[in-house]
Design a protein around this ligand. Structure first.
Ligand code: KG4
Ligand code: ZN
Length: 368
């Protein structure tokens, strides 16, 4: 079964073809899709100069890129454009959440192709897409249900419980900023570039390497960074699974304002900021997994590209939840891509969750 996935919810124009096992029996949690092509045209360079995504510019770029990106995805999957209507079994497209004007481009293209090719259309929630990056063959580990999912990107920050394919329930989300957004803002304050997550990560690793290479270890409140800057770990001890990162951002700003020499300490600031976020995400995920008796802890979303988060969450699951599996997407499927959308589409197709092309709608605030 071949699925074409299309993703345009923010600033990446992406298309992918995946193949999943034929439907001979009910879908099991062990099944995974194989990616035949995964094309992502990023607009980062364009939005960089504005320090964030400009919706109108993003939409215009999507219009220019969408057809070439789809053509490339088909070609890389070895599908002749003329044969696509016969070979593609369904088209999966992100319908929300995201930027309305960006989403529309993907949806309209998917609708048109579904009509012209006479193939079914599948509406995919972007967050569900991120989760399904864990059902791609390159993913290490195998998901067993019930699972707890930590999904964290620039636009969302949630803990979810997943009991079967398509059965996903929210157990807690952020009250304000998502961790990715906080990374982006902290990087902006440090003047180290956009998107902020990778920039913070890279400066933080300079600090962490330097500290581990010397024998000088001061174990401060933050167990790994040894930074002499103390940032809060917002809501780390709250009894619920809610998050809040806007206070962390403000605390960060005040620390910088009080330190005339901060420009010489960017790696240290970056390391402490990253560790504050990682501490909160790891601690809450472990608590949720314990409460929901999860057999698997899954990580997903753009921030799951962060190496410290990947490492420390994996370590915490291994140490604290001995019988629980830890699963995270391969790095190339962490930030926005269409393979994850096609993967989610495959499992929806199995459950016959199609949407008529006349009925598919953009929903900027689509809930799971
Ligand atoms: O999933 P994604 O590509 O787009 C949204 O759905 O928002 O996530 C993008 C977010 C950005 O905030 C970016 O700074 C963050 O993910 N991010 C990272 C890393 N790579 C991307 N955050 C921390 N460390 C990274 N290596
Ligand atoms: Zn995303």
């Amino acid at each position: 079964m071949l699925i074409l996935g299309i993703e345009t919810s923010c600033d990446e124009t992406a298309a992918s073809v995946v193949v999943g096992p034929d439907f001979v029996r009910a879908a099991t949690s062990k099944e995974k899709v194989t990616v035949l092509s995964n094309v992502v045209s990023s607009q980062i360079e364009i939005h960089k100069k504005y320090g964030g995504v400009v919706p109108e510019v993003a939409a215009r770029e999507h219009v220019l890129n969408i057809l070439p990106v789809i053509n490339e995805a088909l070609a890389k999957a070895g599908i002749d454009k003329e044969d696509a209507p016969k070979k593609i079994d369904a088209i999966a497209v992100t319908s929300g959440p995201g930027l309305v004007t960006s989403l529309i481009v993907g949806i309209e293209t998917a609708k048109t192709l579904a009509f012209a090719w006479k193939v079914p259309l599948i509406s995919v929630n972007h967050i569900e897409g991120h989760i399904y990056a864990n059902f791609i063959r390159d993913t290490k580990g195998e998901v067993k249900f019930p699972a707890v999912v930590m999904t964290v990107s620039g636009g969302h920050n949630m803990l979810l419980s997943m009991t079967a394919h398509g059965k996903i329930k929210m157990i807690g989300e952020t009250l304000d900023d998502a961790a990715g957004e906080a990374f982006d803002k902290a990087a902006q304050m440090l003047g180290i570039g956009y998107p902020g997550g990778p920039a913070i990560e890279s400066f933080a690793s300079q600090w962490n390497n330097q500290v581990t290479n010397s024998n000088f270890q001061i174990y401060s409140k933050s167990k790994v960074t040894n930074a002499k800057i103390d940032l809060p770990r917002p809501m780390i001890n709250s009894k619920d699974f809610k998050f809040s990162f806007s206070g962390l951002k403000t605390a960060f700003l005040y620390k910088l304002k009080k330190d005339a020499g901060w420009k010489k300490r960017i790696p240290e600031y970056a390391a402490e900021f990253q560790q504050a976020v990682v501490d909160v995400l790891v601690s809450k995920t472990i608590k949720a997994a314990e409460k929901y008796k999860a057999k698997t802890v899954m990580l997903s979303g753009g921030v799951s590209a962060n190496k410290e988060l990947r490492l420390q969450l994996e370590r915490a699951v291994r140490e604290k939840l001995v019988k629980t599996e830890f699963v995270m997407p391969d790095l190339k499927y962490t930030t926005d891509n269409a393979a994850m959308v096609a993967a989610a589409g495959y499992f929806k197709a199995r459950a016959k969750k199609f949407t008529q092309w006349q009925k598919i709608k953009v929903d900027a605030n689509l809930e799971l």
